[in-house]
Design a protein around this ligand. Structure first.
Ligand SMILES: Nc1ncnc2c1ncn2[C@@H]1O[C@H](COP(=O)(O)OP(=O)(O)OP(=O)(O)O)[C@@H](O)[C@H]1O
Ligand SMILES: CC(C)(CO)[C@@H](O)C(=O)[O-]
Ligand code: BAL
Length: 312
């Protein structure tokens, strides 16, 4: 295993990046929330191929969670898991990892003024606090619908933290998984609209042998739900095959089929949507000749899973 630099302070992280750049090296960046699996590692490998130096981050960003979500289920990885994450990153050729304790000015009211930023979970503190973070990055349209239906605050939190991370790491290219398809597209749009000098790369979804999209949250599934939730990827694959073979091409019919299969598999859908892959707006009628994304979010127990297929 190669060695890996670990930075907790933004200034030290930025100094490392600038030193690399001064030596003429290009920098790729892979932001994560830890609990790393092969999906994350595939991003690091692709980043390694594209640039001279790969930097990853591990930070569970509180501002993309609301009070009733599973932020509490995903605290910063415990020490042993952190070591495991660092080992995986180093093995895949990552040169440095940024692991900030906090990225926000929590203000005096959050957590009694402690340095922890868990008070930044949306809704956890109310009212104006001049000490607290108050600048946000948000989009008007692309961040509506799909994941925003049940997580209306989500993309504001993601864009804000990704913008902050880009300012700290100063990468040439940043790698995101297309499992979080809307997130990838929203970040691409933010970069375009705000003239950020970062190439945004969207990478294919890595799956378990039975088809389930790899996710840190999979480890939280009860054993029976782990069996059942494979209905998501099966239903999506079947829909794509039917649409591509022109046996079912009606958007509403494709959608209903998936809804039924997830319900039969014991899942509770957040959304099942057939949308245009560029605009992310719902498609109606015949999808032949369209660039289609079928995206799903569904709950098994208290675990929310997302997946999608893209075709056309
Ligand atoms: N199966 C996968 N294939 C490819 N990329 C992935 C996969 N899972 C996650 N990623 C990407 O890894 C990056 C970090 O994601 P994150 O740390 O939230 O992992 P996650 O497994 O999606 O976690 P969670 O289960 O908490 O949603 C994101 O760009 C995400 O799209
Ligand atoms: C991009 C990200 C690291 C921002 O917190 C997160 O949303 C994720 O892991 O996909
Ligand atoms: N990759 C998804 C991050 C989240 O669900 O908050």
């Amino acid at each position: 295993m190669g060695s890996i630099h670990v930075f907790h302070a933004a200034a030290a992280m930025r100094a490392f990046s600038r030193e690399q750049r001064q030596q003429g090296k290009s920098i790729a960046f892979v932001p994560t929330m830890g609990y790393l699996h092969e999906g994350h590692i595939s991003l690091v490998r692709a980043a390694r191929e594209r640039c001279d130096v790969v930097v990853a981050s591990i930070y569970v960003n509180p501002t993309q969670f609301s009070r009733n979500e599973d932020f509490g289920l995903a605290p910063a990885p415990a020490r042993a898991l952190q070591d495991e994450d660092l080992r995986k990153l180093a093995e895949a050729g990552c040169a440095a990892v940024f692991m900030p304790q906090s990225l926000y000015h929590a203000g005096s009211s959050a957590n009694g003024g402690s340095s922890s930023d868990t008070g930044m979970v949306v809704g956890a503190s109310e009212g104006y606090d001049p000490q607290a973070h108050e600048t946000w990055v948000s989009l008007d349209h692309l961040s509506q619908g799909l994941c925003a239906k049940t997580r209306p605050h989500f993309f504001r939190g993601v864009c804000t933290v990704v913008a902050k991370l880009f300012h700290i790491v100063e990468p040439d290219a940043a790698f995101f998984g297309r499992k979080d398809y809307q997130q990838w597209r929203v970040i691409e749009r933010m970069v375009r609209d705000l003239d950020m000098a970062v190439e945004v790369v969207g990478m294919p979804i890595l799956r378990e042998p039975d088809g389930l999209a790899m996710s840190s949250r999979n480890a939280l599934l009860a054993p029976e739900d782990r069996q059942r939730c494979v209905c998501i990827s099966r239903a999506l694959t079947q829909a794509r095959e039917q649409a591509c073979a022109c046996t079912t091409t009606d958007a509403a019919q494709l959608q209903q089929q998936i809804v039924d299969q997830i319900a039969a598999g014991g899942g509770l859908e957040d959304y099942v949507e057939v949308v245009d892959a560029h605009t992310l707006r719902p498609l109606a009628g015949d999808v032949r000749g369209r660039h289609v994304l079928i995206a799903v979010a569904a709950r098994f127990g208290n675990v929310r899973l997302i997946d999608n297929v893209e075709f056309g």
